[in-house]
Design a binder for this molecule. Structure first.
Ligand code: ADP
Length: 497
């Protein structure tokens, strides 16, 4: 049977924190079909977040099936599969049965937080030893499931991040001869990998408590990961791209050159800056991570910084204060005033992270006068988002010595065009929004296309078209005044916890 599509389709799967998406694109990168399923958030106690890895694997099969069936797509139409996933979420399962021995421990889960120096492995791993990395989560499961350590030592258990679990199942699982591997971007989030050699580090594995013998093989993100098992809808389709979600977004934004950066404006903000083939360690608490690696080439590194409160400040104004009716109201209201009237909101709800690192900070509103109303609060919230982004960007520039030429943006908040203008004003750098802001799942598809040899990075860059660019329209004096005022407000947020 021949395909009705002129070029092979690519199936991209985005296995995210709350849902799993499948997007099928054609040879030109246009979306042909998509489907999405949510999965259960299991919250056994304060600070713990778990997922049922079996439910997630079932949702991967369901989204793929529905996306294919909806548009009458058959396996003959499909040329490759790309996968991106929630990072740092850890699974341990039985090699013989394919059954997880415990729920997956999700990246947000704080049970592995410890009091040790968070920077103790920064130079080797690029990561802070806080509650996020996957390695200590694997160790926790081995320590808390009866007999798990012995079974791991006997080679009965397998472990990994969500990519490894899905790859193993996609390529055959307990019934086949599955591929047991992870990609280098996911491996770089475990606290077990040496960032410079991209190999599991025996000392780190020993210190974290994960037997090096049970870990999957680390592979380049863009290249061969085997084929989907011989039975089922996607039988024989090669898997040629695997990336962690933020790295996939960076790739999906075609941030291929040193100095290219993206910011994802969701509940929180996630910034990544391409620093090329050199891993730059941060002086200001940013992370160093592998951005991607094409098989046979050197890995590309990125600096990563996140802001805890992004879109959630808008949600807070809407749900807790009732100042906004909808998130989009923030734009309408803020657009009715010239400036925030001297009002600043520092959304340090649980302290301030990079680059301030002030756990003692708490949420603060400053500059209130009798004249201030909800329009000023809405504007101050957008400014806070832009000003926090600016701080991370400046820290990245200092750490890397690379100057940002423009910021590419995606995520739910980029619908807010006033925020985009304020961002360009505050940075003094253009802000670019792509035509398709589904950069994470597109990035996984692009990686698969490159991995399969059908596209080069130049081809991908040509596919990523800009919908709109915002140039700075703010004079230097006004920008300075805004930043000075922000710094005073931030200082006022300190010492409250
Ligand atoms: P996540 O992936 O973290 O769930 P999304 O990328 O879907 O987040 O973005 C949702 C966030 O964006 C919410 O916090 C919401 O308040 C915010 N948001 C959505 N639309 C707007 C808007 N027009 N203006 C400002 N914020 C918005």
């Amino acid at each position: 049977m021949t395909s009705r599509f002129p070029e092979p389709l690519i199936i991209a799967i985005d296995q995210g924190t709350t849902s799993t998406r499948c997007v099928i694109t054609d040879g030109a990168g246009a979306v042909v079909s998509s489907a999405q399923y949510e999965h259960q958030q299991i919250l056994p106690r304060q600070g713990w977040v778990e997922h049922d890895a079996r439910e997630i694997w079932a949702n991967v099969r369901r989204t793929v099936t529905v996306a294919m069936v909806e548009q009458d797509i058959t396996v003959e139409d499909v040329g490759a599969l790309g996968l991106t996933n929630q990072r740092e979420t850890a699974v341990v399962w039985d090699r013989a049965t394919g059954e997880p021995i415990h729920n997956a421990i999700v990246w947000q889960d704080t049970r592995t937080a410890d009091d040790g120096d968070a920077r103790r492995w920064l130079a080797r791993t690029g990561l802070m030893a806080n509650s996020y990395p996957a390695g200590p989560k694997i160790a926790w499961i081995l320590d808390h499931v009866d007999g798990a350590r012995e079974r791991a030592a006997d080679g009965e258990l397998l472990c990994g991040t969500m990519d490894t679990w899905l790859l193993w199942n996609l390529t055959g699982g307990a019934r086949g001869n599955p591929v047991y591997a992870t990609d280098v971007t996911n491996a770089s989030r475990t606290l077990l990998m040496d960032l410079r050699t991209q190999t599991w580090d025996p000392e780190l594995c020993e210190a974290v408590g994960v037997p090096i013998s049970m870990l999957p093989e680390i592979r380049a993100s863009i290249g061969e990961f085997g084929s989907v098992r011989h039975r089922g809808l996607l039988a024989g389709v090669p898997i040629t791209g695997v990336l962690g979600d933020q790295q996939a977004a960076l790739f999906g934004q075609a941030c291929f050159a040193v100095g290219d950066a993206k910011n994802t404006y969701g509940t929180g903000l996630f910034l990544l800056l391409n620093t090329g083939e050199t891993p730059h360690l941060s002086e200001s608490g940013l992370l160093t991570t592998v951005a991607w690696q094409v098989a046979g080439q050197a890995p590309v590194y990125a600096l990563e910084g996140s802001v805890a409160v992004g879109g959630s400040l808008i949600q807070w104004l809407r749900d807790q204060l009732g100042v906004l009716r909808t998130a989009a109201d923030s734009e309408t209201l803020a657009g009715q005033v010239e400036d925030s009237g001297g009002v600043y909101i520092v959304p340090a709800f649980s302290g301030l992270f990079a680059p301030r690192w002030r756990p003692d900070a708490r949420g603060t509103i400053t500059g209130l006068t009798r004249f201030a109303d909800r329009r000023h609060l809405a504007r101050a919230a957008l400014e806070a988002t832009a000003l926090q982004t600016r701080e991370v960007v400046r820290a990245m520039e200092e750490d890397s010595g690379v100057a940002l030429e423009r910021l590419r943006v995606d995520g739910g908040m980029v619908a807010n065009e006033l925020l985009m203008q304020i961002q360009a004003d505050v940075l003094g750098t253009p802000v670019e929004r792509p035509a398709n802001v589904e950069t994470t799942v597109l990035g996984a598809g692009y990686a698969a296309a490159v991995g399969a040899g059908w596209a080069t990075l130049d081809d991908i860059a040509a596919r990523v078209t800009v919908d709109r660019t915002w140039e700075s329209a703010m004079g230097e004096e006004r920008r300075r005044a805004l930043i000075d005022g922000w710094n005073i407000a931030v200082a006022a947020s300190f010492g409250q916890a």
